[in-house]
Design a protein around this ligand. Structure first.
Ligand code: ZN
Length: 165
């Protein structure tokens, strides 16, 4: 492993352990009663034919459902600008499709909610990776200006995206 890979690995490790909602690690397996995701070997994943039969699984609410219950987003994306007002449905479709793709592979990356705030649209997420991916998807599809601010101590990402006609 070279220095770059090592630092990437440390970064990933750091990111996961920084999430206060994921700090709860435990032995054995679990199933979330709210979304049916499955915890095994330190990871939460969707139920699949390979992990459907889990012996002695505990019932534990997964970090994503806990964030949704608490309304404590890890990622917050704010969209603004007149382009949004004129392409709202198209943009919401892009956001929903991007979530669908991310969520399929990563059970803990979900949208909490989309809220209007004046002319802005605010999208909150259970994971910082989804917030980042949404920002990049908007840029790839529509250009515009975006900004990514990672919290220093907490597991949070604030993304803003803006485009005027
Ligand atoms: Zn859950």
């Amino acid at each position: 492993m070279d220095k770059y890979q090592q630092s990437q690995k440390n970064q990933l490790f750091k990111t996961d352990t920084h999430d206060p909602y994921r700090s709860q690690r435990f032995e054995g397996s679990a199933i979330c009663p709210q979304c049916d995701s499955v915890y095994h070997a330190g990871n939460w994943t969707w139920k699949s034919p390979e992990n459907t039969v889990i012996h002695d699984a505990q019932t534990v609410t997964c970090p994503a459902c806990r964030r949704i219950d608490d309304n404590m987003p890890a990622g917050t994306l704010t969209l603004s600008g007149s382009f949004l007002l004129n392409h709202r449905n198209e943009i919401i479709n892009l956001i929903e499709n991007t979530e669908k793709k991310e969520k399929a592979d990563h059970a803990l990356e979900r949208i909490i909610k989309m809220t209007d705030s004046g002319d802005d649209l605010i999208v909150t997420t259970t994971g910082i990776h989804l917030a980042s991916r949404l920002g990049h998807a908007l840029e790839a599809a529509y250009n515009g200006d975006s900004d990514y601010q990672y919290g220093d101590d907490e597991y949070v990402l604030t993304v803003s995206w803006k485009r005027d006609e």
